[in-house]
Design a protein around this ligand. Structure first.
Ligand SMILES: Nc1nc2c(ncn2[C@@H]2O[C@H](COP(=O)(O)OP(=O)(O)OP(=O)(O)O)[C@@H](O)[C@H]2O)c(=O)[nH]1
Ligand SMILES: [Mg+2]
Length: 377
């Protein structure tokens, strides 16, 4: 048996497509209304999604695709005895699909239709991008209480306010370059070096700082070359440090500089002696601002495992990279709330220095509410 899914604006249009592609002997297995496209969950297009099937072995069949039903009415015309096995199979498939749909709605854990119509699109969107249902429920309930005007923007602002209240005790926002050293740590390949180059360019071009680089990532020649290239582009000197003595020398060389960007290999910071060594040279509490870099393409449980590995370091804020590579970036909210640390930046592409978004609480809320549309690279 051959099965196929069709999406059309109306039942006659769907039947036309089904006849053309599967022939007159096709039968309808399942039909439902779906909403596609739209912006912010609004202005979505109502369409019919129909699953039709045909017996490829060509059982002689007097039954044709019956146009007799609305999408809610899933009856098909009575079967002739020769079609009985096929219809049995179709019935089983229908039951399977209905079970799957039920499980999906239960798994979601939050029924957005329980809330007023105007908050439903945002509620659904937050669930869709992966914010935890319990978090969405809390926000939606608070917003619903505060709602008094029939205005979509009002709803969005209320959501933004609610989110920002939830994060009131956390510090968000880009670095103010108040500390001499900016340190980015995180696992391999998340974009530490690229992000550091973007930050250095920002410090020089936007803030007029005198900047320098230190790299302690000496495991790979390519890593040094990569940073050397960025250092040349932004016109900042680079020191490669293999040990504490090198670091001490680099510190002396850069004593007149405003800010020193320190690049590391992921494995350095998992090694406690490395941190203890660095602490002999620089005062971590007063001189260093440390960002933990996480890629939004990682799974949430993997992010948790990484954060745990870096627990012995004083992390100030998160930098989330690769927004442009994922649609489920709502996991940031769980991480921020769970570890009680704010966000400094989100990066949305490989371009140095452009693909770097400073993240205030307001910007973070906007990012979640606007479906990331404006920010994707
Ligand atoms: N799509 C996308 N790619 C990014 C982003 N940031 C960095 N990258 C890419 O990710 C890859 C790894 O970036 P690096 O900066 O070398 O990562 P790293 O964390 O320094 O890696 P190691 O030094 O090997 O630990 C490169 O191809 C970057 O161009 C981003 O925001 N979006
Ligand atoms: Mg690197």
């Amino acid at each position: 048996m051959k099965m196929k899914k069709f999406v059309a604006e109306s039942m006659p249009a769907a039947l036309q497509k089904i006849r053309t592609q599967l022939g007159d002997d096709a039968v309808i297995v399942n039909s439902k209304v779906v909403y596609t496209g739209g912006f912010l969950g609004m202005f979505k297009k109502r369409q019919l999604e129909i699953v039709a099937a045909v017996d490829e072995h060509g059982a002689p069949s007097p039954q044709k695709v019956a146009y007799e039903h609305s999408p809610e009415k899933k009856e098909i015309a009575p079967a002739s005895p020769s079609l009985e096995p096929l219809l049995q199979e179709v019935k089983q498939l229908r039951e399977q699909m209905s079970r799957k749909q039920q499980t999906e709605s239960v798994n979601n854990g939050l029924d957005s239709t329980l809330f007023p119509e105007k908050v439903q699109p945002i509620c659904r969107n937050l669930l869709q991008v992966g914010v935890r249902p319990s978090t969405v429920k809390l926000w939606t309930e608070q917003v619903t209480k505060r709602l008094y005007k029939d205005d979509a923007l009002q709803v969005e602002n209320a959501f933004s306010q609610e989110m920002q209240n939830a994060w009131s005790s956390l510090t968000f926002g880009p670095t103010l370059y108040e500390k001499k050293y900016i340190n980015v740590v995180g696992p391999t390949g998340v974009g530490k070096t690229t992000t550091l180059a973007k930050l250095a360019a920002d410090s020089i071009l936007q803030h007029g700082k005198r900047a320098a680089f230190i790299t302690t990532d000496t495991y790979r020649i390519a890593a040094i070359d990569q940073l050397q290239t960025y250092a040349k582009i932004v016109g900042a000197p680079l020191e490669v440090c293999y040990n504490v003595q090198d670091f001490r020398k680099a510190k002396e060389r850069f004593c007149d500089y405003d800010v020193v960007f320190v690049d590391t290999a992921g494995r350095n910071f998992r090694n406690e002696t490395y941190v203890q060594d660095l602490e002999k040279v620089i005062d971590f509490t007063n001189e260093v601002e440390t960002f933990l870099v996480l890629a939004l393409t990682s799974k949430e449980e993997d992010m948790r495992a990484i954060i745990d590995k870096f627990r012995h370091i004083d992390i100030h804020r998160f930098i989330f990279t690769k927004l442009d590579e994922t649609a489920t970036y709502g996991t940031m909210v769980s991480i921020v709330e769970e570890y009680e640390k704010g966000v400094a930046y989100v990066t949305n592409g490989q371009n140095v220095p452009d693909d770097l978004l400073p993240i205030s609480k307001d910007a973070f809320a906007k990012l979640l509410l606007n479906d990331g549309c404006d920010q994707h690279g």
